[in-house]
Design a protein around this ligand. Structure first.
Ligand SMILES: O=C[C@H](O)COP(=O)(O)O
Ligand SMILES: CC(=O)C(=O)O
Length: 218
């Protein structure tokens, strides 16, 4: 577990921003991944919310080996198995009930289990997890929640996701217990429907710049 924990921490810290993408076709997956990569975001979370998701994950790992891809919306052991078989580099969950936590602890891959309350984070900590997702971050207190967790859970690090935008990204990244922020603000549904991938690329580039600036100020 500690080595996998270190790998999870390293890849989140390296990413800084984790775009959360949901795709409906393989072409859309290619176009979005390319736009994010061109914008400077080479790590992404691809959610298992659509029927094509596992095929898209496998295709991207084959065709875009330079992109680090986490499977998101991992809800059960079947999702874990399918994601690993498709080549996922890591796994992300929106929440982590005990059975899923056990299955994640047994999976030989970096994982970022999600939770929303101190008690849930403490349950994950008991199983050895130290790098977790705070979801849905803004709805459960956002920055105030992260500051509150920093004292008692001082050895835990977080990837807040949910409600983060270009406007508040820097503030989240400036929290010492934040390794990375997740979100879909660079993947606006209307831009995707319009095929406006340039807008995705530009917003991704601004997100990458926010990470660089936040790092320079730490
Ligand atoms: O389901 C939502 C994603 O996890 C990211 O949240 P967001 O769309 O508020 O950035
Ligand atoms: C909430 C999220 O990003 C997930 O579905 O894993």
């Amino acid at each position: 577990m500690p080595e996998r924990q270190q790998r999870a921490a390293d890849l989140l810290r390296h990413a800084g921003v984790l775009p959360v993408i949901t795709v409906n076709t393989l072409d859309e997956a290619r176009a979005l991944a390319d736009a994010l990569l061109e914008g400077g975001l080479s790590t992404l979370e691809l959610t298992l919310r659509t029927p094509i998701a596992i095929d898209a994950l496998a295709m991207l790992k084959r065709e875009r080996p330079g992109i680090v891809i986490g499977a998101g919306t991992v809800l059960d052991a079947n999702n874990i198995r399918a994601s690993i078989d498709a080549g996922a580099d890591f796994l992300v969950t929106p929440g982590t009930p005990p059975g899923l936590a056990d299955a994640l602890a047994a999976a030989d891959i970096p994982v970022v289990p999600g939770a929303a309350t101190p008690t849930e984070f403490m349950s994950l900590r008991e199983r050895g997890f130290r790098n977790c997702k705070l979801f849905p971050a803004s709805a459960v207190g956002g920055l105030a929640m992260l500051k509150g967790l920093a004292g008692p859970l001082h050895d835990m690090r977080f990837c807040p996701t949910g409600g983060i935008s270009e406007a508040n990204a820097a503030e989240f990244l400036s929290q010492p217990n934040v390794l990375c922020i997740g979100g879909s603000w660079m993947l606006d549904k209307a831009w995707i429907e319009a095929g406006d991938y340039a807008r995705v690329r530009e917003t991704a580039a601004r997100a990458a710049a926010i990470v660089r600036e936040a790092r320079a100020q730490r």
